[in-house]
Design a binder for this molecule. Structure first.
Ligand code: GDP
Length: 424
């Protein structure tokens, strides 16, 4: 049986923590999309870690971690993360990398930076990890699949062909020196060696594992708002963070994904540009940002301050629906204990009309938040382990949001640690 842990919002909902928790009962944890452009923050008995490409099962003994075909594979980054965790005493993770995954090349990172610089003020706020150029190549059918490393002669011919177009762009559009086939081949030879211990036909492996009744976790990166189809296009990511894409990005049958846990944070945050209706500003925002998450809302990958806002039920209901949530994990609730009153965005006003449906980006640009204000609980709820022990106003907040969402909140997270969880 397969469980997916996915984001209902803009990412950074605390998926890493929920996956890390569930990974303890899992046999296999799979990353199926995205790349090193986002990160999970995980706090456990070994310390605090920012994972970008390694599946969160990396900390759980006996778990097989799979980097699926849908991932933008940054080889050096994967190995760097393995080094980082093993240096802190974590046993070397059991890792399998799909032979159908494609490789993020150094030129993807280069093109990402050059394009962001060229767009200057109009940029996408990319993390410059090469993700958009990588996926452009993948879908233009000019990407490099791990399996191709088996035939370096054929690969050389391919690289020579690729460089014709890339060098034209480099010299004419970006005024940069040309790339050389030799350098690219050297990079690929390095990857071939580094990847050798991990590469396999992961979809065949997973098919067998499913037959044996293994417990499998799919780990999503970012959230619904960043989906290229259903999110705030064009301020989205380049691969689908939806649970449904898990079937494609891991190579498993869609009907196997039975449990879909949409993770949503008790307030909102977003990194990078794009529509964010319930965003707040000024001192109010600074306070929430600094109290937020675990040590403040700053990007796990970039360290950039995240934009913050109050909870948005319009976006989150849509976010859960598109994920196909069978249940919801409601996280970082402890952070809101300082507020006298807690505004919740319950509608969008667009051209004088109030809607509860999440619109397309064009309309979203005009949307103004409609607030419903709930009373705060004014105390620290960390350490509480049963739902009934939460202060009444805190329970009312959870229940108000659950009712508005229309999806059952089965877990409430009230701290960054594995044990900081309340099951309902
Ligand atoms: P992800 O990308 O969805 O995994 O999200 P992040 O890695 O950005 O996680 C959000 C941050 O919140 C991390 O620093 C977590 O350690 C922290 N976190 C997760 N759940 C909770 C919680 O319930 N309370 C608090 N205070 N922090 C949490």
């Amino acid at each position: 049986m397969v469980t997916a842990v996915v984001g209902a919002n803009w990412g950074d909902e605390g998926k890493g923590k929920i996956t890390d928790m569930l990974a303890q009962q899992a046999d296999i944890v799979i990353r199926y999309q995205g790349g090193a452009n986002a990160g999970h923050t995980i706090k456990n008995e070994y310390g605090k870690f920012a994972l970008h490409t390694l599946p969160s099962g990396a900390f759980s003994k006996g778990v097989v971690n799979v980097i699926g075909n849908g991932v933008a594979l940054n080889v050096r980054q994967v190995l760097k993360e393995i080094r980082e965790i093993t240096e802190k005493g974590v046993p070397a993770p059991n890792l399998l990398i799909s032979d159908r995954a494609q490789i993020v090349m150094s030129y993807h990172v280069l093109f990402d930076s050059l394009e962001e610089a060229r767009l200057a003020g109009k940029s996408f706020g990319s993390t410059r990890s090469g993700i958009a150029p990588f996926f452009s190549d993948k879908f233009a059918k000019t990407g490099i699949q791990v399996s191709e490393l088996a035939d370096m002669d054929a690969l050389r011919e391919k690289v020579e062909g690729l460089l014709v177009q890339k060098n034209l762009l480099l010299t004419q559009l970006y005024h940069q020196p040309e790339l050389k086939t030799e350098d690219i081949m050297q990079e690929l030879a390095e990857y071939k060696e580094l990847l050798a211990p991990y590469v396999c036909d992961t979809s065949a492996y997973l098919w067998q594992a499913l037959k044996e009744g293994k417990n499998i976790l799919l780990e999503g990166q970012l959230g619904t708002m960043k989906d290229p189809d259903h999110g705030i296009y064009p301020m989205v990511t380049s691969s689908s963070p939806l649970a449904g894409y898990g079937a494609v990005g891991a190579g498993i049958p869609p009907y196997e994904i039975r449990r879909i846990i949409a993770v949503t944070k008790a307030y909102s945050s977003a990194v990078g540009a794009g529509e964010f209706v319930s965003e707040i500003f000024g001192a109010e925002a600074d306070e929430l940002r600094d109290r937020g998450g675990d040590g403040g809302e700053y990007g796990a990958t970039t360290g950039r301050p995240r934009r913050v806002g109050f909870y948005d039920v319009v976006a989150s209901r849509y976010g859960c629906r598109l994920q196909g949530a069978t249940e919801v994990a409601f996280t970082v609730l402890d952070v809101l204990g300082y507020l006298d009153e807690i505004p919740v965005c319950t509608g969008y006003e667009i051209d004088g009309k109030v809607t509860e449906e999440f619109p397309t980006t064009t309309l979203l640009k005009k949307a103004k938040p409609v607030w419903t204000v709930l009373p705060g609980w004014k105390c620290d709820i960390t350490g509480i382990r049963s739902y009934e022990e939460l202060p009444e106003n805190c329970r009312k907040y959870v229940e108000f949001i659950e009712e508005k969402l229309g999806f059952p909140i089965t877990m409430v997270s009230n701290g960054p640690g594995r044990e900081d969880i309340i099951y309902r």
